[in-house]
Design a protein around this ligand. Structure first.
Ligand code: N5H
Length: 257
């Protein structure tokens, strides 16, 4: 089994800063020898992403702005990637959004607007991106997305994002079924809570982390690097018979009743 990703190219969508899980995934893929392509949502993230990429010990990364709410932008991005590199071997989708005001209080108060917005950015984007990436994945490969336990059961305050993650999980399985015939595997990582830009503004985040430290089977929180290593597994040939799966990288927290 060749564990090296040398000669392979992976698209990573959703690096915001050095704490991003997407950056942990980027580093794991890079360490395994992969070439990286980064996409970012808007101009605002261009410099942070480019600055991070300059810390890598190879400078052949490529960068594209890609607003995942815009089908034309997605198609233009992947057309450009096809022109610039030809084949890609995988993709990490690390994108989600919900209105801050819908991430506390009661789910029953979720607005139609907020519901549809979080579905659009956090779940439909995987479908749109998978469709655009498929023609570039001429040698097969892997697509990985990031989900959370709040999509499988009720987690306080996760609310509209929980419903979006349930939709993402189901989309991941349907995509796995469709794309399997092209040798493309689609999986999700359910990471335990990590202090990222997503968690910013979550009032009791320390309490949430402490609970994982005290109660999870492994008695520790998880890191971006640990999630990155599982993404590496899912995007490499080691996982060649695994598709439509959610792997929990959460110190075992999800098995608790
Ligand atoms: C139960 C919890 C705590 C409640 C937290 C929910 C977090 C939801 C994730 C979404 C993606 C956060 C989000 O959209 C925040 C935005 O409203 C405001 N932030 C931004 O606009 C920033 C600037 C940009 C970069 O962010 C985005 N998303 O574009 C869950 C936690 C225990 C675990 C957790 C934090 C899960 C998760 O899904 O991230």
């Amino acid at each position: 089994m060749n564990l090296s990703l040398e000669g392979r190219t992976y698209v990573v969508m959703g690096v915001a800063n050095k704490r991003s899980i997407a950056w942990g995934i980027s580093q794991a893929l890079h360490d395994a020898g992969a070439r990286l392509i980064f996409t970012y949502a808007s101009e605002r993230f261009e410099k942070p992403v480019k600055d991070l990429a300059t810390t890598l010990d190879r400078q052949d990364s490529l960068f594209y702005e890609c607003d995942v709410t815009d089908d034309a932008a997605i198609n233009a991005t992947f057309d450009q990637i096809q022109q610039d590199v030809g084949t890609i071997h995988g993709l990490a989708h690390c994108i989600a959004f919900a209105k801050r005001e819908e991430l506390n209080g009661e789910f029953v108060n979720t607005s139609r607007d907020g519901f549809l917005l979080s579905q659009n950015i956090s779940a439909y984007s995987l479908v749109a991106v998978a469709r655009a990436a498929q023609p570039l994945m001429t040698e097969g490969g892997g697509i990985v997305t990031l989900t959370y336990l709040g999509g499988e059961r009720v987690v306080q305050n996760y609310n509209v994002m929980g419903v979006a993650k349930a939709s993402l999980d189901a989309s991941m399985r349907y995509l796995a079924n469709d794309l399997g015939k092209h040798g493309i595997r689609v999986n999700a990582i359910s990471a335990g809570p990590i202090r990222t830009v997503s968690a910013k503004g979550v009032g009791d985040f320390n309490t949430i982390l402490k609970k994982i430290e005290e109660e999870s089977p492994l008695r520790k929180t998880v890191s971006q690097e640990e999630v990155g290593d599982t993404a590496y597994y899912l995007l490499s040939d080691l996982s060649r018979a695994v598709t439509g799966e959610i792997i929990h990288v959460d110190s075992g927290y999800n098995i608790l009743g």
